[in-house]
Design a protein around this ligand. Structure first.
Ligand SMILES: C[S@@+](CC[C@H](N)C(=O)[O-])C[C@H]1O[C@@H](n2cnc3c(N)ncnc32)[C@H](O)[C@@H]1O
Length: 245
């Protein structure tokens, strides 16, 4: 199996630091679960320290960046979880389902090995209205058309609750729309390299879009359309927490 995170994962732990406010929302969704399997665990973001966690991650590059003392990790994929039925109180899958080769099978595996599932994903319709998509890179919306979104994930998991996950203005986890009020961040190649959606687009198109963004920021056009950069608050840019009952 090729590992896209061989390149995408370099520097992931630096740019994708878990945000404590996002972590608190995930913790709450886990409820009273004592044992948790974190599938597509990456470098270990959002693994609760006060529960027994087993991480599942296929990429050696990501596994190598797990901090010392983090939960034990099994190198495996969601589609074939090496655990008996009902092994865990809860399964966690954070911003990973869109990477899976067979999302339906992976979600069925989550259901098989756990009594409760908590998945962080996004609503494609809301995300497609994010300014980076509408004004600069509409191909992001096109690229996402075939990916599993929260509707699909909810249907595969059965009875679910879908909750908005508001993104703080200074979110430390640099996922795609984390910089909704920090437009200059998208001009940084290292920031873009840690966002799989951007890293996978045609580099020439991304270069054109970011130079236009840079010019718009310098001329004040971006500010006219979207307000003051670095303003405080939270925004709903489409992220959703899908939790099974
Ligand atoms: C964007 S990262 C998210 C990592 C982590 N959950 C986080 O929130 O930082 C996506 C992760 O999914 C993993 N992944 C890709 N394909 C997978 C699969 N079939 N099963 C499980 N994990 C997979 C990648 O290796 C990568 O670590």
């Amino acid at each position: 199996m090729t590992d896209p995170y061989r390149t995408l994962g370099t520097g992931y732990a630096t740019r994708r630091r878990p945000d404590p406010r996002v972590a608190a929302i995930i913790e709450q969704a886990l409820g009273g679960a004592r044992s948790v399997v974190n599938v597509g665990a990456g470098t270990g973001s959002y693994e609760p320290a006060d529960r027994t966690v087993t991480a599942v991650e296929p990429s050696p590059v990501m596994i190598a960046q797990r901090p010392p003392g983090s939960a034990p990790v099994v190198q495996a994929v969601a589609e074939h979880l090496p655990f008996a039925d009902g092994s865990f109180d809860a399964a966690l899958a954070i911003l990973t389902v869109h990477h899976w080769t067979d999302p339906a099978r992976g979600l069925a595996e989550l259901r098989r090995v756990s009594r409760r599932q908590v998945v962080l994903t996004w609503d494609h319709a809301v995300m497609s209205r994010f300014w980076l998509v509408t004004d600069y890179l509409p191909e992001i919306a096109e690229a996402e058309q075939d990916l599993p979104d929260c509707g699909f994930i909810g249907r595969e998991l059965g009875r679910v609750r879908v909750a908005e996950l508001p993104v703080p203005h200074d979110c430390t986890d640099g996922f795609l729309a984390a910089y909704w009020n920090r437009p200059h961040a998208y001009l940084d190649p290292a920031v873009r390299a840690s966002i799989s959606t951007l890293a996978r687009l045609d580099p020439a198109r991304v270069a054109e879009a970011t130079s236009r963004l840079s010019a718009d920021l310098a001329s004040g056009r971006w500010q006219e359309r979207h307000g003051r950069p670095d303003s405080a608050g939270t925004a709903d840019v489409g992220y959703r927490l899908v939790s099974s009952h």
